[in-house]
Design a protein around this ligand. Structure first.
Ligand SMILES: *Cc1c(COP(=O)(O)O)cnc(C)c1O
Length: 456
């Protein structure tokens, strides 16, 4: 067991950081008692702090890192591109990495037209705008509303918030946001007593159909995180639901946007989560792991039918959306190197890894205070029963003191490690989590329910 971080003198990097850096997803006042941890190096699944302590990155640095830190092939690809040209604007110009990446994504997803941005929220914005603009170009400008799933998360820019159903992120900006409709997702945890999975899926699909019957005329698209809604606390739904969503969107003339920003790139055991359901979306959003966690890049892939609706002599019928760093060559080179690594053999290895670690995590599945143990690919989640107030923050601190980077969402503990985690590291992760659970739950004399809001 490693000692907890020492109190910091006022001029160390952590103190300077809280003075100068407004950290994301953070109530800054909390840094008074828990300063940010300075990381100086990374190696595989490990991060190394300024004191030389090794910390297991069990959440892939907010779900972006696939093949570990300091990954030789991705580094080499970026370095090689850096010697050629670091950036090429994409209006009027082009470059090999963005063309090759688009062609390779087309070959692997069946979606032939790639529009780039630098982060996931921007991909959501692009998909929503492109869908509504499609309907406008198709002579149905009134089709400009959206549907999301309850508990959905699609980013935090103002447009993305309109389909993000997490009140903590949205409530403060309510006057700015044009709310979308939400329909329930068939999360098995919330199935009514006595209802089997098929009936629960059918029930939720029927709710969507009821909404579409009344509102399809004004609806451009439905957006979904296929199979796992990560940010709201790892809510799973069965592939059968996704297949029904696809069928309903087709029947009612509404686009399906698959936000695979978190679950794409091999995380669920297939390249895309949609593949589990044999579903082809009209728009596919990728980001996070797209560059293996090296550089910010996102892409929206879409169909010939959508593309053709914009193809015209009239400039205003085109999709004029742009970002300065769209399709950046360094980022595209990192994505190409990542796709090289993520071949069929690697996807098979990911499936094997998921099953093998699941057995290793049996003590967590059997833990008396952990409920609803669930796994898809290399995503694990458990809900802590009767979690004490502030469970997430206290657990994260205890896990860090034991050398594991973990950030429960509310009372949901999850692992989403890089694909290169080995059995020994996974065993250490399991033991760190069990010890941290004991430290937090054992210490809670009378357990008051968790009241702190859930932050990813
Ligand atoms: C993280 C995430 C986003 C937002 O991506 P950013 O790069 O953080 O803007 C959107 N959708 C899903 C499903 C995500 O997990």
């Amino acid at each position: 067991m490693q000692p907890p971080p020492k109190p910091h003198p006022a001029d160390d990097l952590a103190s300077r950081s809280v003075q100068a850096v407004w950290h994301p997803c953070t109530q800054m006042k909390r840094h008074e008692t828990a300063p940010p941890l300075e990381i100086v190096r990374g190696e595989g699944v490990w991060l190394v702090d300024a004191q030389g302590r090794r910390i297991l990155d069990a959440i892939s640095s907010w779900w972006v890192n696939l093949f570990g830190h300091n990954q030789p092939a991705i580094k080499a690809a970026i370095a090689a591109q850096m010697d050629r040209v670091e950036h090429v604007m994409l209006a009027g110009l082009t470059h090999a990495p963005v063309v090759e990446l688009s062609e390779r994504l087309r070959a692997r997803t069946g979606l032939g037209h790639a529009h780039y941005a630098s982060d996931g929220s921007s991909a959501t914005e692009i998909a929503l705008k492109m869908s509504a603009h499609y309907w406008r170009n198709a002579g149905q400008p009134q089709k400009n509303r959206f549907i999301g799933l309850a508990g959905g998360y699609h980013g935090e820019t103002v447009g993305a918030l309109s389909v993000t159903d997490i009140p903590l992120f949205r409530a403060s900006y309510a006057p700015l946001v044009r709310l979308s409709a939400t329909v329930p997702a068939p999360d098995p945890r919330f199935a009514p007593a006595g209802m089997d999975e098929a009936a629960w899926v059918a029930h939720c699909a029927a709710e969507l159909e009821r909404h579409l019957q009344d509102h399809a005329d004004h609806t451009a698209a439905l957006i979904v995180e296929p199979l796992v809604q990560c940010a709201s606390g790892f809510a799973f739904h069965p592939p059968a639901y996704l297949a029904q969503v696809r069928a309903l969107c087709t029947r009612y003339g509404v686009h399906l946007v698959a936000d695979e920003i978190a679950v794409g790139m091999g995380r669920t055991g297939t390249l895309l989560a949609c593949e589990h359901a044999g579903v082809q979306p009209d728009f596919l959003c990728l980001s996070k792991g797209l560059t293996g966690g090296y550089l910010p890049l996102s892409v929206v892939l879409t169909t010939d039918a959508v593309y053709q609706a914009f193809y015209d002599d009239d400039v205003a019928r085109g999709f004029l959306h742009s970002h300065s760093y769209t399709g950046n060559p360094l980022a595209c080179s990192a994505a190409l190197a990542t796709l090289d690594l993520l071949d069929d053999a690697q996807l098979a290895a990911n499936r094997e890894l998921g099953a093998r670690l699941d057995a290793l995590f049996a003590p967590l599945h059997a833990h008396p205070r952990l409920r609803h143990g669930r796994r898809l690919g290399t995503i694990w989640a458990w809900d802590v029963a009767d979690a004490p107030a502030d469970f997430s923050r206290r657990f994260a601190a205890e896990a860090l003191a034991r050398g594991a980077l973990l950030r429960p969402i509310g009372s949901t503990l999850y692992f989403m490690p890089p694909y290169v985690i080995d059995t020994a590291a996974a065993a250490r992760l399991r033991d760190a989590a069990l010890d941290a659970l004991h430290a937090v739950l054992g210490a809670a004399a009378s357990s008051t329910p968790a009241t702190q809001p859930a932050l990813p």
